[in-house]
Design a protein around this ligand. Structure first.
Ligand code: DC
Length: 235
């Protein structure tokens, strides 16, 4: 078995990129294959958004969001075999994928106070990972983990991302796919254009364009990169 010849610091692998590049599936599988923990940071912003909506906070009022965002207790279970997300002890993994949350999450994640809280939780998850962590999001390589062992920036054309998202949701009609495409472009613009920690490729990130790659090809390529950069136990 290969052993970590660096320090005892956890291995940190981050995948950033826009919605629909396959980040979640790919990063969870990489974590599972390498025996690392897994963190879906988008789920955390979604959980915060869900709680705000449930508690009647106007998500388009940044000051109200900033004040209320201190209240919910958000916890991420980072086992790659079964990641969990709870708010105030309640499992919210289903409702955070609903269209109401998806429509509101960009506004919530643009509020600096929300980001400060999420970043603290994300760093805590990495620090307590037994071997290391694969985390996916938008600002992980640029803001949250600037010293990550490996930073990957995943891209894919907006049309292929819309087709993949439609397949995931079971949408087959052209009008439905066009609606998903428009939503993806709207979120890309909001995520890249916001002032606080916009979606951006870190200068030292490796860009992987997944437009014409299968998930297995993407996973294989990134695992090769992890093994080049960090000592992870062989499995
Ligand atoms: O990956 P996702 O679609 O579940 O992310 C939901 C939203 O959260 C997305 O619109 C951008 C935001 N997000 C963010 O601002 N920073 C992150 N690190 C992760 C997600």
């Amino acid at each position: 078995m290969e052993t970590a010849d660096r320090s005892d610091a956890p291995v940190i692998v981050v995948l950033d990129g826009p919605a629909g590049t396959g980040k979640s599936t790919v990063s969870r599988e990489i974590a599972a294959r390498l025996g690392l923990s897994f963190l879906d940071t988008g789920a955390m912003y979604r959980a915060m958004t869900y709680w705000l909506l449930q508690n009647g906070v106007d998500v388009d009022d940044p000051e109200a969001v900033a004040v209320a965002s201190a209240k919910p207790v958000i916890r991420s279970g980072t086992d790659a075999a079964g990641p969990t997300i709870t708010v105030d002890g309640r499992d919210v993994s289903g409702p955070i994928r609903g269209s109401e949350v998806t429509a509101a999450v960009s506004a919530v994640s643009a509020v600096p106070e929300v980001r400060v809280r999420m970043v603290e939780l994300q760093r805590g998850s990495a620090a307590s990972a037994p071997v290391g962590i694969v985390a996916e999001g938008r600002d992980l390589g640029t803001v949250v983990f600037p010293d990550a062992d490996l930073k990957v920036f995943l891209t894919a054309s907006a049309s292929i991302r819309a087709v993949r998202r439609a397949a995931q949701l079971g949408v087959a009609d052209p009008a439905g796919i066009a609606e998903i495409h428009a939503d993806i472009e709207r979120r890309d613009a909001a995520d890249s254009g916001r002032a606080a920690s916009p979606l951006a490729k870190a200068a030292d990130a490796v860009e992987v364009d997944t437009t014409e790659m299968s998930p297995d090809e993407v996973i294989g390529r990134i695992i090769d990169l992890v093994r080049e950069r960090a000592a992870v136990p062989a499995r």
